[in-house]
Design a protein. Structure first.
Ligand SMILES: Cc1cc2nc3c(=O)[nH]c(=O)nc-3n(C[C@H](O)[C@H](O)[C@H](O)COP(=O)(O)O)c2cc1C
Length: 364
């Protein structure tokens, strides 16, 4: 199996740990993935909430401070590992969070939930930071690459193709098309590769995200044309994942039919353990919760009190409130059957006998 190079950064194993917002993938998970030889990703969204930086009102001050803390934490675990940040275009403080990530030494910025059309301008002072858009279609990749090439004279350093039929969290596809059988993950992976090769004469890694759980899934992805995989749900039930134990227990307890689609106030569908969605909504109505921070650029709860306040629903779940917290997950979450370690997952995926071979080991 080949290593993975994204811009100037190389990891021994072709694996990116998917960003999981609102402190499911903080510095601890990202650091351990980086230490084991993958790309560890701190998700920027809503990071400030469950920290001493947050006083109930200063969301936008707390968020970048918390992001910098988490990146530092990750590098403490993996001093020479590859640690990146996931920044969602849909959040209000997108620009500030990308800049905070670069200031704190993130080596890669991965960006989706919208088209990251201006990302290169935000990182212009940090040319060593690799830029990776997340797309679910060749058309979106084409738009981004054209804009980046024309306006900034650069191409992405990798592209993540996220499958709306399997991935967790917010999904880049219309609700009615998800699960309809129309979407072909690996046709999209190959389509993006052909676009980059034929139109831009560029060999850029294309990463498949969504539905990868086992070594068999990983080998399948590579055989179908991906240069690597992005995996998120698989890392939740690890000792190192930053979520509360109850969040992890929700994965252990859930069945396949408990995993469903919800409509997010961000205007995107999302995949979650969805049985309590009405309870979440009722809570916000009953307690007359007003939009506390304006964390999303576009939010139907902020403007019309429709649906529910998503960042606080995710935050409650991260802290272990499964009654009124929203547990995002991919379609494979039901497969979790024990709490394991990041190293054990790497051992299984890459068939390592005694953990990371010495020559591949990243400090820590
Ligand atoms: C709990 C959870 C939170 C997520 N949060 C984010 C996020 O903040 N930003 C993002 O781009 N993707 C997010 N995702 C999507 C993942 O990064 C990843 O691409 C996807 O879940 C891959 O599918 P898998 O979970 O089947 O491995 C999230 C996924 C999960 C399960």
């Amino acid at each position: 199996m080949k290593n993975l190079s994204i811009g100037r950064h190389t990891v021994p194993y072709p694996l990116i740990q998917g960003g999981m917002g609102v402190r499911i993938s903080g510095g601890r998970l990202a650091g351990h993935v980086a230490r084991c030889g993958g790309v560890g990703i701190v998700a920027a969204a809503g990071l400030g909430l469950n920290t001493p930086h947050y006083d109930g009102k200063n969301f936008f001050t707390a968020d970048p401070l918390a992001l910098k803390d988490e990146i530092r934490k990750a590098y403490k675990i993996a001093p020479s590992g590859v640690v990146g940040v996931n920044c969602m275009v849909a959040v209000t403080n997108y620009e500030e969070m990308v800049e905070a990530a670069c200031e704190a030494g993130a080596k890669i910025v991965i960006s989706g939930a919208g088209l990251p059309l201006n990302l290169p301008s935000l990182t212009a002072d940090w040319p060593e930071v690799a830029l990776v858009p997340i797309v679910s279609s060749v058309k979106a990749a084409d738009l981004i690459v054209r804009k980046w090439s024309k306006a900034y004279g650069r191409l992405p350093d990798a592209v993540v193709v996220e499958d709306p039929d399997t991935a967790g969290g917010h999904l880049g596809e219309r609700m009615e098309r998800i699960g309809s059988g129309e979407y072909d993950q690996y046709a999209t992976v190959r389509g993006v590769r052909d676009l980059l090769r034929e139109k831009w004469n560029a060999e850029i890694p294309v990463i498949a995200a969504g539905g990868v759980w086992s070594r068999e899934d990983l080998l399948h992805s590579l055989k179908e044309g991906a240069d690597g995989v992005q995996m998120a749900s698989r890392f939740v039930c690890t000792e190192e994942c930053d979520a509360n134990d109850s969040f992890k227990q929700a994965y252990l307890d859930c069945n396949q039919e408990d995993i469903g689609l919800i409509m997010s106030p961000a205007g995107l569908p999302g995949r979650a353990i969805s049985a309590n969605i009405e309870k979440i909504r009722q809570r916000d109505i009953r307690m007359d919760i007003r939009c506390p921070s304006g964390c999303l650029k576009k939010c139907s709860y902020k403007t019309g009190r429709e649906l529910f306040c998503i960042v606080h629903a995710l935050d409650r779940a991260q802290r272990g409130d499964l009654e009124t917290g929203l547990v995002f997950c991919g379609t494979n979450a039901w497969k979790a059957d024990r709490i394991t370690t990041v190293q054990a997952i790497f051992d299984e995926l890459f068939q390592l006998a005694d953990g990371v071979p010495r020559e591949n080991a990243v400090n820590g």
